[in-house]
Design a protein around this ligand. Structure first.
Ligand code: BV8
Ligand code: ZN
Length: 237
């Protein structure tokens, strides 16, 4: 299987790597479905915390959740999957991940569909935003421009994706000839719809995941295993 996948990669010109939490799992960043098993946050539903309502109801609690995640991300390193993707400067990374591990691995073409934890922005959308030190994140505070609260620059459930990022991702996925689907359950929309878009546009789909997922049915090749273990071998041409 991996030989056939490597041949497909070798024969492709426009490759998109569509990734989810599984890409960063081996670095030590809990996946969304694992997040609920992590210490203090065991008793909280991630999909409820990651909503405008969750933040409105308890901004301190939600902001603390992101502060813990920022510290976790700062304390870990890119894994061999991030590094092997970064080495291929022709590959475009379209990711659902809000961490900075692809950036730290040296990847240059990265589209973050669900925002980033490297920045805070104004809740009232007055336009103000500022970078955040992930290793020493600030506490909940007011926007210096309009006084509203600052929130992580991530996309919460029920919120639209950043227009330009979504537009660019759609164009790339509709014109790629190969999509690597790495470490995602492919259950969150509209992001998961990009796999079907690429497939309908004629692209070959290679799925990398130790478990079956919603992407399995669209796979031309499904490599059952961990990204950190499989990607370096797969990308070695
Ligand atoms: C919107 C940022 C509209 C925040 C995130 C019913 C049907 C369809 C859609 C909906 C619906 N009801 C509601 C919706 C919409 C909703 C949605 O899709 N809900 C789902 C749950 C059904 N979508 C939205 O709300 C989106 N917005 O629709 O807006 C709109 C439009 C215009 C105007 C107003 C409104 C916004 C969605 C984005 C939410 N933000 N993240 C934060 O992180 O805190 S989503 C977040 O969860 C991640 O970004 C990611 O997208 C998702 C987690 O999924 P995965 O990455 O796949 O991770 P998961 O843990 O689930 O799975 C891990 C996988 O890795 C597994 O398969 C595992 O086997 C594998 N794995 C594990 N280890 C490894 C591995 N693989 C490889 N190697 C390993 N080592
Ligand atoms: Zn403001």
């Amino acid at each position: 299987m991996i030989d056939a996948a490597r041949d497909l990669i070798g024969a492709s010109e426009r490759i998109v790597a569509f990734s989810g939490a599984g890409l960063s799992a081996e670095s030590g960043v809990p996946t969304f479905r694992d997040a609920e098993t992590q210490g203090f946050w065991t008793n909280y539903d991630a999909a409820k915390l990651a909503t405008p309502e969750g933040f409105a109801n308890d901004p301190e609690l939600v902001y603390k959740w992101y502060t813990d995640r920022r510290r976790n991300m700062a304390a870990v390193q890119p894994n061999p999957a991030h590094l092997s993707l970064a080495r291929r400067r022709d590959i475009v990374n379209v990711t659902q991940n809000i961490d900075d591990l692809l950036h730290r691995a040296g990847a240059v073409r990265i589209i973050q569909l669900h925002g980033t934890l490297m920045t805070d922005r104004c809740l009232a959308e007055c336009g103000y935003e500022e970078p955040v030190e992930m290793a020493d994140p600030p506490g909940l505070r007011a926007c210096p421009q309009c006084g509203a609260l600052l929130r992580p620059a991530v996309v919460w459930f029920g919120e639209p994706l950043p227009f330009n990022a979504w537009r660019e991702a759609e164009d790339l996925c509709a014109s790629c000839d190969l999509m690597l689907v790495i470490g995602t359950a492919a259950e969150v929309y509209p992001a998961a719809g990009l796999i079907g878009l690429a497939k309908r546009a004629g692209a070959k789909i290679i799925v990398i995941n130790p478990n079956p997922s919603q992407a399995s049915a669209l796979a031309d090749i499904e490599l059952v295993g961990k990204a950190g273990a499989l990607m370096p071998d797969l990308m070695a041409v």
